[in-house]
Design a protein around this ligand. Structure first.
Ligand code: FES
Ligand code: FES
Length: 166
């Protein structure tokens, strides 16, 4: 009989998610993405590549945009996470989400939460980004359906709407 591997004990992760402290036991190697989806039931962040290549799992960790598939859940302990679910305001879509719908920038929708988070992050930092800045900011997000043109239209629409509000 071969030697049995010792079971690795789960760890408790306590994280402030979209303004609310949440806690769960996770395997020490679990990603932040798995923690959000499987432990907290927040299915907005998508799991497409699990390699940091597609951006569909994008969230904010202490205000910085990260691929949640590349961050350990344990690394988010005692920190602040904001997900795509945190963008809605009392059930009302965020202007970036509205713009994606209106511009027809959603087809299968799998990439959409990641794009929405990346665009919201960009427009929070730069209210009127140049086309080159937009392309650079979205270079980590992959869409296999839309051809990107409508996504760029949605960014312009969202930027205009947000500027009108200020
Ligand atoms: S699932 Fe995280 S970058 Fe693709
Ligand atoms: S809408 Fe399908 S991958 Fe982007």
């Amino acid at each position: 009989m071969g030697a049995q591997r010792a079971k690795v004990a789960d760890v408790v992760v306590r994280t402030r998610v979209n303004g609310e402290w949440r806690e769960a036991e996770v395997w020490p190697g679990a990603s932040l993405l798995a923690f959000l989806r499987e432990q907290l039931g927040l299915f907005g962040s998508k799991n497409a590549c699990e390699q940091g290549e597609c951006g569909s799992c994008s969230v904010w960790l202490d205000g910085a945009l990260v691929c949640s598939c590349l961050v350990l859940a344990a690394q988010a302990n005692d920190r602040e996470v904001r997900t795509v679910e945190g963008l809605t305001d009392a059930g009302r879509l965020h202007p970036v989400q509205e713009a994606f719908v209106e511009a027809g920038a959603v087809q299968c929708g799998f990439c959409t939460p990641g794009f929405v988070v990346a665009v919201a992050d960009l427009l929070e930092k730069d209210a009127s980004p140049s086309p080159a800045t937009v392309r650079e900011a979205l270079s980590g997000n992959i869409c296999r359906c839309t051809g990107y043109a409508k996504i760029l239209d949605a960014v312009n629409l969202a930027a205009a709407r947000l500027l009108e509000r200020t």
